[in-house]
Design a protein around this ligand. Structure first.
Ligand SMILES: Cc1ncc(COP(=O)(O)O)c(C=O)c1O
Length: 395
């Protein structure tokens, strides 16, 4: 590889065994390397490229915005068309209590801001979070995430955080009148696609309302059509007080969004004024890409087909005897194998044969599949053949 030495010496490494795939270009479901080899991107950049790579309508929205302006001011001062386009598209499809958005730079920043918002709104400081949760890598987001291995070296983290277990009704008693907010990934992604029961989510909502704790749903990974609903909370018929979005929202551009009621978000306006400040949050390029991406999902993506594609993946790969268990909702899938070593062999073999898979940080015995929602049935079948062969060949 031409540039691997520069990559390994001049860029920070996040792990000892990076993929080292040297990217040339990407479009639709494919990523191409510098040697001209094409790969099916079956993780969509970890649940980001929900409408595929470089969707022409997103590219055209970016190009239009490029002709007008880039950054003009710290978020919240000037009226910008791109931000307005995103806020209109998003509030059109959100429930009425989530009628206002605050755009930021990333998923982690959206969660940081959401934690601040519930503290400021309730005048309380305790946060309840969940075992297995992943909310980002900055101090606040890390403090409410579950993976102890990733937290230990960075203590002391944010105080006042208590952890409870998903689907464990008894734990709901820990949510009290001291609790500012409860933060939950509606579907836990990094924990290996853990899906709560409807009964549990209803009880959680009820408990939060009883004690005046605010419910934050983190749909940074599971939102924007990934679960075959526009928002994962629609599966449960429960609405949070604060919703965080990111990843798939940007159509490939970096973005995060915190949505809540206008009344709640008004708490960032006073006492203190500028309760959350972000220079690049609401960047016009990201917002124009996100507004275009939402339109594409509404106009071009059939959520029924997303479900059908998920079923096909579940059956065709899950039926293999080497797969111990599959957890799936829409096109968000985890396949458990006997060990992390076994998973690595499959991921490596798929890579060799032109399919990109990935693992989960907090569930190492599984590989993840979360392709673009726009993958065609033909592409899906072609990728499945390679994955099934890789499972067989590495037995
Ligand atoms: C559920 C969830 N929340 C938050 C984040 C953090 O988002 P970002 O990496 O954009 O900061 C992620 C990223 O993987 C995520 O999956």
């Amino acid at each position: 590889m031409e540039n691997s030495e520069d990559f390994l010496t001049k860029q920070a490494q996040t792990n000892p065994f990076p993929f080292l795939l040297e990217i040339d270009s990407a479009s639709g479901v494919f990523i191409r390397d510098k040697k001209g080899k094409s790969y099916f991107d079956m993780t969509a950049g970890v649940a980001v490229n929900n409408i595929g790579h470089c969707h022409p309508k997103v590219i055209s929205a970016i190009q239009n915005q490029l002709q007008k302006h880039l950054h003009v001011m710290v978020y919240g001062e000037y009226i910008q068309d791109a931000q307005l386009a995103l806020s209109k598209e998003l509030t059109k499809i959100l429930p009425s209590n989530l009628n206002c958005i605050y755009p930021v730079n990333s998923g982690a920043e959206a969660n940081e801001a959401a934690i601040k918002l519930v503290k400021r709104t309730t005048n309380r400081h305790k946060i309840i979070t969940f075992k297995g949760g992943y909310h980002g890598s900055t101090i606040g987001a890390l403090s409410v995430s579950g993976n102890e291995n990733k937290k230990r070296a960075f203590r002391p983290l944010m105080p006042g955080v208590e952890t409870i277990s998903l689907n464990k009704m008894d734990d709901l008693g820990l949510i009290s009148k001291q609790t500012a907010g409860v933060i939950l990934e509606t579907i836990q992604g990094d924990a290996g696609v853990q899906i709560p029961s409807k009964k549990y989510i209803h009880a959680l909502r009820k408990r939060c309302s009883e004690v005046g704790a605010m419910l934050i749903f983190d749909e940074i990974q599971c939102g924007i059509g990934r679960t075959a609903k526009m928002f994962a909370f629609e599966h449960f018929e429960v609405v949070p007080d604060v919703l965080t979005l990111g990843k798939g929202l940007g159509g490939g551009m970096s973005i995060g969004v915190m949505a809540s009621s206008k009344k709640t978000l008004h708490n960032f306006t006073n006492s203190p004024m500028l309760g959350h400040i972000t220079t690049f949050g609401g960047h016009p390029i990201s917002c124009s890409a996100a507004a275009a991406c939402l339109k594409v999902i509404k106009e071009e993506v059939s959520l029924e087909e997303v479900e059908k594609k998920g079923e096909i993946l579940e059956q065709e790969i899950g039926n293999n005897k080497e797969i111990i268990c599959v957890r799936r909702i829409g096109l968000m899938l985890a396949f458990d194998m006997i060990s992390s070593e076994r998973v690595k062999k499959v991921v490596d073999k798929c890579f060799e044969n032109g399919v990109l898979l990935f693992w989960f940080l907090s569930h190492p015995n599984s590989f993840r599949i979360s392709p673009p929602l726009t993958i065609s049935f033909q592409e899906l079948n072609d990728a499945i053949k390679i994955i099934v062969n890789a499972i067989e060949e590495t037995k």
